[in-house]
Design a protein around this ligand. Structure first.
Ligand code: ZN
Length: 155
């Protein structure tokens, strides 16, 4: 991330993003996952691999290994915390909300509330090239969910 970007980010948001970048959560691979997906952002070489384990339709374990810039890694790390205990439907709603926020759409108070600390990334949307970095983990999640659901239909 460039120095300029950090200077413009609110201190609180900057701390949150740096904290998740330096100490990414849930990096361990989940064994025997129900959902598995990989994503790649050629613009800055970001890569994420995601595994999700479900129980009774809810997310019980998330593993996410990320490489690349601080925005991708922090977004991925924060996302793993938000997904726990959610239904797949809820994870997709969160993903759509986050993507809408990053595209500069105005969210309601209630929608922002659902995103919790992911709100910190809204400061990044001033930098169009970084938006791809922030949404990469979420796009990967949606791909994985889509793939999982299509597999279920064919069973
Ligand atoms: Zn990036």
């Amino acid at each position: 991330m460039s120095q300029n970007l950090f200077e413009e980010l609110d201190d609180l948001y900057q701390d949150l993003i740096l904290d998740h970048y330096r100490r990414p959560r849930n990096q361990q691979q989940v064994a025997d996952p129900d959902i598995c997906a990989e994503g790649h952002n050629p613009f800055c070489g970001d890569r994420v691999a995601l595994q999700i384990k479900l129980e009774d339709g809810r997310v019980t374990q998330v593993g996410l290994q990320s490489h690349g810039c601080s925005i991708t890694q922090a977004s991925a790390s924060k996302m793993t915390e938000l997904l726990k205990d959610k239904t797949l439907e809820e994870t997709v709603i969160l993903s759509k909300l986050f993507t809408a926020m990053m595209q500069g759409k105005k969210l309601t108070e209630e929608e922002l509330e659902r995103l919790g600390e992911m709100k910190a990334f809204s400061a990044v949307c001033k930098y169009p090239i970084r938006i791809k970095c922030a949404v990469l983990p979420w796009n990967t999640l949606e791909d994985g969910v889509k793939h999982y659901r299509s597999g279920q239909k064919h069973r």
